[in-house]
Design a protein around this ligand. Structure first.
Ligand code: BMP
Length: 270
């Protein structure tokens, strides 16, 4: 059952070291596509996304795409321009699809995202290993790609699922769901875990369980109220930042400031 980490992990480390940044840009630029003007609206959306990527490129270690950009642009359609642009500067691209389905569906989700050029996908460990995460991992390993698992999400309702106490199979002692997910991330050879920066204590606890074997990706900084320096002090490895960068007047400057703030926090930790 145990998997080895993929080359995606190495790719992330190389990108982060070369660019001296731990920022993963969540390129969640979003708009409606009015029926009467769909073509132009899609074109404008693509242009804005490409421009933001250009402005921020040198300050980020990777790019994360989510549904609000993928759905209007289309996977094998305009999204290809964004993936190509990222690839041309050796920027890893992560698809935040939160895959959460059964064997054959998960397998096809992974195949399409990897075939389309994504280097890693994000998945939900609630589905379990057999017929859930296993097919994603096997597709990823066949193609040298990565799988990142959710461990504790950044929103308030995360306490209800990730934060609940559960009785693991073959045990009489309840344990927090997120710590079980952290153990499974190590056992399954996940290439990362997502832990909300809004819960720095959870970052610390999860980091203790994974013993640094699985890099922690933290979203929830800025717009959702998480503090970037605190997240890194707690053990996060990469910060996922979206609106605080792309909604600012100068995304390039915001990305650079975010990078600098993280590097300062890391320096103080030494
Ligand atoms: P922002 O920095 O604008 O809040 O964006 C965060 C990004 O990370 C979004 O794409 C969101 O869907 C994602 N995300 C999150 O905010 N919390 C999680 O727990 C997991 C996520 O993937």
């Amino acid at each position: 059952m145990v998997n080895k980490p993929s080359s995606f992990r190495k790719m992330m480390e190389t990108s982060s070291l070369n660019r001296k940044t731990r920022v993963v840009l969540a390129l969640d630029i979003s708009t409606r596509l009015p029926k009467e003007n769909r073509g132009n609206a899609r074109g404008d959306l693509l242009e804005r996304a490409l421009f933001t990527l250009e402005q921020t490129n040198e300050h980020i270690a990777a790019l994360k795409i989510n549904h609000q950009l993928l759905l209007p642009l289309g996977l094998y359609d305009l999204m290809q321009e964004i993936i190509s642009k990222a690839k041309s500067s050796s920027l890893p691209v992560i698809m935040d699809c939160k895959a959460n389905d059964v064997e054959h569906t998960n397998r096809w989700i992974a195949r399409h995202y990897f075939d389309a050029g994504f280097d890693a996908i994000i998945a939900n460990p609630f589905v379990g290993w057999e017929g859930g995460i296993q097919p994603l991992m096997s597709e990823a390993r066949e193609q040298g790609k990565g799988v990142i698992l959710l461990a504790y999400m950044s929103h308030p309702g995360a306490t209800e699922g990730y934060g609940q106490q559960v009785l693991p199979t073959n045990s009489t002692k309840p344990q927090p769901q997120y710590l079980l997910f952290a153990q499974k991330a190590v056992k399954w050879g996940a290439d990362g875990v997502v832990v909300g920066a809004t819960y720095p204590d959870k970052i610390r606890e999860i980091n203790d369980v994974t013993e640094g074997k699985v890099p922690i990706y933290s979203p929830g900084i800025g717009a959702q109220g998480g503090d970037i320096s605190e997240a890194f002090r707690a053990g996060c490895k990469y910060a996922i930042v979206g609106r605080a960068i792309f909604e600012s007047e100068d995304p390039g400057k915001s990305a650079r400031d975010t990078k600098d703030k993280i590097n300062k926090a890391l320096k103080e930790l030494k």
